[in-house]
Design a protein around this ligand. Structure first.
Ligand SMILES: Nc1ncnc2c1ncn2[C@@H]1O[C@H](COP(=O)(O)OP(=O)(O)OP(=O)(O)O)[C@@H](O)[C@H]1O
Ligand SMILES: [Mg+2]
Length: 238
């Protein structure tokens, strides 16, 4: 069960509300309406972050759609206990939003599109015109779409999709995500002109840890750019 649903008053849930505030203020003139979340390596916490962020955005009155575009190892359905026979892959095969694909959750305002059955060509789908059409149709009724993706070092799906979206957030696990993996990811995203809004430092160990969750911290990317570049780009002569 997601901590933001089960323990909305916990300090851990509060860290997701801080993330929500950061996302809301990331772009004042043109609010972020399509937000992708990815990470360099498997298991960094993308799905945990996106599901909890979706919950707190909806709790704040936004109409949110979480779209599971991890068409390799999808997990959003398990976080919400939803069936996964139909989902994103169903939409690629149809011209309209098929009834039953938009699944409601216990949180008012939060709708989920699970992955659906796994297609043979996820990279191609991520680069298609069709996915842009799907998102613009969803935005006729949703305020924001949160897009879960596979890790960047394994496949290029996130980097393929990112340039057509309003922004993206990278999730890393301090002490576990390899510096080199983060460096390669930032370079990959820079090459496609993806808009990196921020970096979530996930799973920062805490004393007590009463709900089995660890804290996350958010770094605004433009504010921390030098820090990350210094950290991830080897200095010449060293
Ligand atoms: N902040 C956290 N505190 C405690 N456990 C966490 C935290 N974030 C993630 N986890 C746990 O780590 C595991 C991996 O998390 P998650 O599925 O969110 O990662 P992912 O990046 O989406 O993985 P994948 O690359 O397989 O899609 C899960 O068991 C999840 O419960
Ligand atoms: Mg995941």
């Amino acid at each position: 069960m997601l901590v933001t649903i089960k323990e909305p008053r916990s300090l851990i849930a509060e860290t997701y509300r801080t993330l929500r505030t950061n996302v809301s203020y990331a772009s004042i003139d043109k609010p972020i309406r399509t937000l992708l979340i990815t990470s360099p390596e498997p298991g960094d916490g993308k799905t945990t972050t996106i599901c909890n962020l979706g919950v707190v955005l909806a709790q704040n009155g936004k109409k949110v759609v979480i779209a599971d575009c991890d068409l390799r190892r999808p997990r959003v359905h398990t976080y919400f206990g939803l069936p996964n026979r139909q989902g994103m892959s169903t939409l690629f095969a149809h011209n309209d939003i098929v009834p039953g694909v938009l699944k409601s959750t216990p949180v008012e305002g939060l709708t989920v599109i699970t992955s659906g059955s796994l297609p043979p060509n996820p990279s191609e789908l991520m680069g298609s015109q069709k996915i842009k059409t799907i998102f613009s149709t969803l935005l006729e009724t949703a305020d924001i779409i949160l897009i879960d993706t596979p890790p960047t070092l394994t496949v290029t799906d996130a980097a393929t999709l990112a340039p057509s979206l309003d922004g993206m957030i990278l999730v890393v696990r301090p002490g576990i995500t390899r510096t080199n993996a983060l460096k390669q990811t930032l370079e990959q995203l820079r090459q496609v002109n993806a808009r990196v809004l921020g970096i979530v430092l996930n799973d920062v160990p805490t004393k007590g840890n009463p709900y089995g969750y660890h804290y996350n911290y958010y770094h605004n990317y433009s504010a921390y750019k030098d820090y990350y570049e210094e950290k991830v780009v080897e200095k010449k002569g060293k």
